[in-house]
Design a protein around this ligand. Structure first.
Ligand SMILES: NC(=O)C1=CN([C@@H]2O[C@H](COP(=O)(O)OP(=O)(O)OC[C@H]3O[C@@H](n4cnc5c(N)ncnc54)[C@H](OP(=O)(O)O)[C@@H]3O)[C@@H](O)[C@H]2O)C=CC1
Ligand SMILES: Nc1nc(=O)c2c([nH]1)NC[C@@H]1CN(c3ccc(C(=O)N[C@@H](CCC(=O)O)C(=O)O)cc3)C=[N+]21
Length: 297
């Protein structure tokens, strides 16, 4: 296997350490404790795992964590009134509504009800617009984590060919904006893309965010390219146990890539670390304090 394995778990631990230092400083010098509220509607088991993990890591870096678990049949009005309360609460600096929401709730409406300054997911239309026009915003956590790993790997990304497979609002599109912001030549591929293998073969950087287990094989990868695998797919493994795999076929991609993120231990831990980083950034901005370097794009 040729590829360097990008250790997202270790990188995330380093970021959490930096976040913890800033949290301690905010407490000591300003009497402030950043607070993150996570809202979960329903009982999706995967979402429950993520929410637990976010809460635990939030507390570990010294921040306050508040979890709101709502019944699966919660009305839109009740969810919106909770968001209103969190928007008005000065102890809450970040609000995350776990997606996907149950079908009877309009997620665009709900997300756009969050105060953009507290939108630590970066999904509010104001933050999307700010990112798209190169202005200071809240940057979505998963793409931000991917960007941090790519910068660490390459130094400058300027002029590199990047292909993002997937065009969702939460991963593909903001990822493409960030890569464009770093002067990559960006292609966004999706389910209607003609000749996806040929498109991916041109890329110096491949970001796969498709949600299809092991869809990208090694023979689509240009030798030496960097592969960032965002996919989190639970599949049936040996002995009836479930196993976590990405959207890339790890073994074959690692044989030709220059560097690759594993699943688990790649993008996932970076996503949560960036959520904590965004919460500190939001707390600083809300209090007119200079924000930490290196924790945002
Ligand atoms: N590690 C982490 O922190 C996170 C991981 N994830 C994981 O990342 C993956 C993607 O998530 P998300 O962006 O929310 O997914 P979505 O389902 O919202 O989007 C998937 C995208 O992939 C495209 N696609 C689907 N099939 C194909 C295909 N055969 N060829 C090319 N493109 C295809 C779709 O195209 P079209 O638009 O044409 O339908 C769509 O744009 C999932 O595995 C998810 O679990 C997500 C968030 C965070
Ligand atoms: N509003 C909102 N914001 C999100 O950021 C958001 C969301 N909704 N809905 C779901 C997706 C998914 N997501 C992950 C976060 C961490 C891991 C993670 O830590 N993964 C570990 C493994 C975890 C495991 O074992 O299951 C890893 O890859 O090493 C994965 C996926 C955030 N998402």
């Amino acid at each position: 296997m040729a590829a360097k394995i990008i250790d997202g778990k270790a990188f995330a631990a380093k970021i959490r350490g930096e976040v913890a230092t800033h949290v301690a400083r905010l407490k000591e010098e300003h009497g402030l404790t950043p607070g993150l509220a996570v809202v979960l509607v329903g009982e999706d088991p995967a979402s429950q795992v993520y929410v637990r993990s976010k809460g635990k890591q939030t507390v570990e870096v010294g921040m306050n964590s508040v979890e709101h678990k709502l019944e699966p049949d919660t009305s839109e009005a009740d969810l919106l009134s909770l968001i209103e309360r969190l928007n008005a609460d000065p102890a809450i600096h970040g609000i995350l509504v776990q997606l996907p929401l149950p079908d009877h709730l309009d997620s665009d409406l709900v997300i756009n009800a969050i105060d953009p300054a507290k939108d630590v997911d970066g999904f509010h239309i104001s933050n999307v617009g700010l990112l798209g026009t190169g202005q200071k915003s809240m940057v979505p956590c998963t793409p931000l984590g991917c960007l941090m790993m790519l910068r660490e790997e390459h130094g400058s990304l300027s002029g590199l060919d990047a292909v993002v497979v997937g065009r969702s609002n939460i991963v593909g599109k903001p990822m493409a904006q960030l890569l464009l912001g770093d002067s990559c030549t960006v292609t966004i591929a999706h389910s209607r893309t003609k000749d996806l293998p040929e498109v991916v073969r041109r890329a110096d950087i491949v970001v796969a965010a498709v949600g299809r287990p092991e869809m990208v094989p090694g023979d689509w990868i240009k030798p030496g390219a960097t592969v960032i695998d965002v996919g989190i797919n639970r599949i049936e493994g040996e002995g009836g146990k479930t196993r976590l795999v990405g959207d890339c076929h790890y073994e074959s991609c690692a044989a030709v890539a220059g560097a690759i993120t594993p699943v688990p231990g790649g993008v996932g831990p970076m996503t949560i670390a960036c959520l904590l980083a965004n919460t500190v950034t939001a707390c600083c901005r809300a209090n007119g304090l200079s924000e930490p370097d290196g924790l945002t794009a």
